[in-house]
Design a protein around this ligand. Structure first.
Ligand SMILES: Cc1cc2nc3c(=O)[nH]c(=O)nc-3n(C[C@H](O)[C@H](O)[C@H](O)COP(=O)(O)OP(=O)(O)OC[C@H]3O[C@@H](n4cnc5c(N)ncnc54)[C@H](O)[C@@H]3O)c2cc1C
Length: 89
């Protein structure tokens, strides 16, 4: 079984791993325990490292076409107290 990798879990980590392995010339197979794959959720926040990973996968144009950038992100706790502010460069 040369150059073949089995990946357990089809979340973002498993799928990203499969794409990077593919770029490196490895064949991979992703095993996901859930049997449904319909779309779920609405949006998600991509931090700098997430954007860098997607750019390394050659997805920079797809990100630009399908996203909006935020000038700043504020994080509040359950009591509505401001915990942090992240500003984009
Ligand atoms: C409500 C909510 C909102 C979020 N919003 C954001 C956001 O905006 N931005 C952001 O960056 N992050 C966000 N996160 C965090 C983000 O979802 C996680 O960091 C990310 O999903 C982790 O990815 P993962 O692939 O490591 O794990 P998971 O997404 O948990 O994927 C693991 C997968 O492995 C499968 N699995 C587990 N065990 C097995 C097995 N034995 N065999 C086969 N399959 C298996 C599971 O079914 C699952 O599909 C959010 C999380 C939550 C809960």
């Amino acid at each position: 079984m040369e150059n073949k990798v089995l990946i357990s879990g089809g979340g973002i980590a498993g799928l990203t791993m499969a794409l990077f392995l593919n770029k490196a010339g490895y064949e991979s197979k992703v095993f996901e325990q859930h049997t449904f794959f319909e779309e779920a959720g609405g949006n998600f926040f991509l931090n700098k490292s997430g954007v860098r990973v997607l750019k390394n996968l050659g997805l920079a144009d797809a990100i630009k076409e399908n996203s909006h950038s935020a000038k700043q992100t504020k994080v509040y706790d359950v009591h509505d107290r401001l915990m942090s502010i992240q500003r984009s460069n």
